[in-house]
Every structure is written in C-alpha cells, then in structure tokens.
Design a protein around this ligand. Sequence first.
Ligand code: 5GP
Ligand code: ZN
Length: 112
Amino acid sequence: MDCLFCKIAAGEIPSAKVYEDDKVLAFKDIEPQAPFHVLIIPKEHIASAGEINSDNSGIVAHIFEVTAALAKEHNLTDGFRLVTNCGVQAGQTVQHLHFHMLAGRNLGWPPG
Ligand code: 5GP
Ligand code: ZN
C-alpha cells in the first residue's frame, strides 16, 4: 500500500522520533505549526478517525496514554492540543490516522 505514514512507521522513510513502541510511533511534524508539534500514529494502517470501530478502538486509548506521558516528559504544563483531521473539509492530507499534538504557544479557538 502506498501510504506515507505506513512507510514512516516501518522506518522506510526517516522521521524525527519522539516515542515508539510496538503499536504506535510519535514523530515531529515536518511543517510544525507550534513550537511543539508531534504526530502520533498507530503502526497499523487505519485511514482516519472515521474508521474507528470496536475492533480497533483500543489503539486510540493507547495513543491518549502516550500523549499524556509525552506531555509530562516534555513539561507541557501550560497545556496542549490533541486534534485529528478527518476528511476533506477538516483538511486531512495524509490518509493514515494521526493525532496532532500541539503546544508551546496560545492556540486559537475555534480553529480556522
Ligand atoms: P493532516 O493535514 O492530514 O491533518 O496532517 C498531515 C501532517 O503530516 C501535516 O501537518 C504535515 O506537515 C505532516 N507531514 C506530511 N508529510 C510528512 C513527512 O514526510 N514527515 C513528517 N514528519 N510529517 C509530514
Ligand atoms: Zn498507512
């Protein structure tokens, strides 16, 4: 399958890793939108949040655990945002589930 994030998860394309285990990978976004901008992905290919079901939802809980651990490790005491874009109107450009973890500046709300 020709999927950029599957290739990054497999190590076929390099990334700046900040966390890895057997199920997930977290790496720096190549075009950071905040001083801290990490993408957290399942190694398993899931196209988007719209494809989560009772068989694969465990990975989402695991990603949230990893997120909380990263926030502590990187001392993000002023907060962070965790967001996933799903589909065209949300601006999803890579069709492999990923959560943006953003921190280090005031983040606007609502998003543009
Ligand atoms: P989306 O637009 O789908 O929500 O997010 C995709 C994100 O992937 C974007 O923020 C983009 O900068 C990032 N991205 C795209 N290609 C690469 C890449 O090759 N390496 C890394 N580290 N990030 C990428
Ligand atoms: Zn993939």
